[in-house]
Design a protein. Structure first.
Length: 232
């Protein structure tokens, strides 16, 4: 099986995808400017349905009295519907933004054998990261609780290449941007990230004969494993 995705085809595919996404967003805004309140591009203000603001810990001293809580905002069906729609759009947008990242990873890592599970993890990880940010918000106790849970579970991923860690970090960045409602920044970041990756792949930047030999050995190993699996 040969890879029919070239750097030029990948670049055209990425540009076409981002053009469609940006055109859809602009068309929605031109049709109805109020639609921006349902899109996670300008902040997570739509989530504030309780009317309770976070307390600034650094500005509070032992002699200061706690500030009285403002009265809660009336929760109406319309406000709840807006919040639910905003949350749904926030989580779905992470998938829309991460799709080009998975395409780029699969194309640039084809010769060394991209992991199907890793590609799927890149697509699902921002959803978890966005949810975590939404749960923590400004709560220091929840942040410490999350750190304790992660330490207890001891979640670890064995990475074969350094670039795999970069893609994981990119997925986390998209999730964080989704959690605070600034997916416009994430969209711009992934656009530059994917196009830069395609250019580096095209010019074969940083080519090393030792790396070439390692990739050829790995490809031969994978091919041999595939033949053994086929014989079985």
């Amino acid at each position: 099986m040969t890879n029919n995705i070239t750097p030029r085809r990948l670049t055209v595919r990425l540009l076409a995808y981002y053009t469609v996404v940006i055109t859809i967003v602009i068309s929605l805004l031109l049709a109805n400017a109020d639609v921006l309140r349902y899109l996670p591009f300008g902040g997570s203000h739509a989530l504030n349905i309780s009317g309770v603001e976070a307390t600034n810990i650094s500005a509070t001293t032992d002699r200061d009295l706690p500030a009285p809580r403002p009265p809660p905002v009336e929760v109406t069906p319309e406000r709840i519907g807006t919040t639910v729609l905003f949350l749904a759009m926030m989580l779905l947008t992470t998938i829309v933004v991460m799709l080009p990242i998975t395409w780029t990873y699969s194309a640039t890592r084809y010769e060394s054998g991209p992991s199907k599970v890793f590609v799927r993890s890149l697509l699902l990880m921002p959803i978890c990261a966005t949810t975590v940010v939404l749960l923590i918000q400004d709560s220091l106790s929840l942040a410490f609780g999350l750190a304790a849970l992660v330490a207890a579970v001891r979640f670890r991923v064995a990475l074969t290449e350094t670039i795999d860690g970069i893609y994981i970090f990119t997925a986390i960045c998209v999730g964080l941007a989704g959690g605070i409602g600034y997916m416009g920044i994430a969209l711009a970041m992934t656009l530059i990230f994917t196009l830069t990756s395609a250019v580096l792949w095209q010019v074969d930047y940083g080519r090393n004969p030792i790396d070439d030999a390692r990739e050829e050995a790995l490809a031969a190993k994978l091919a041999a494993k595939g033949r053994r699996d086929a014989d079985c």
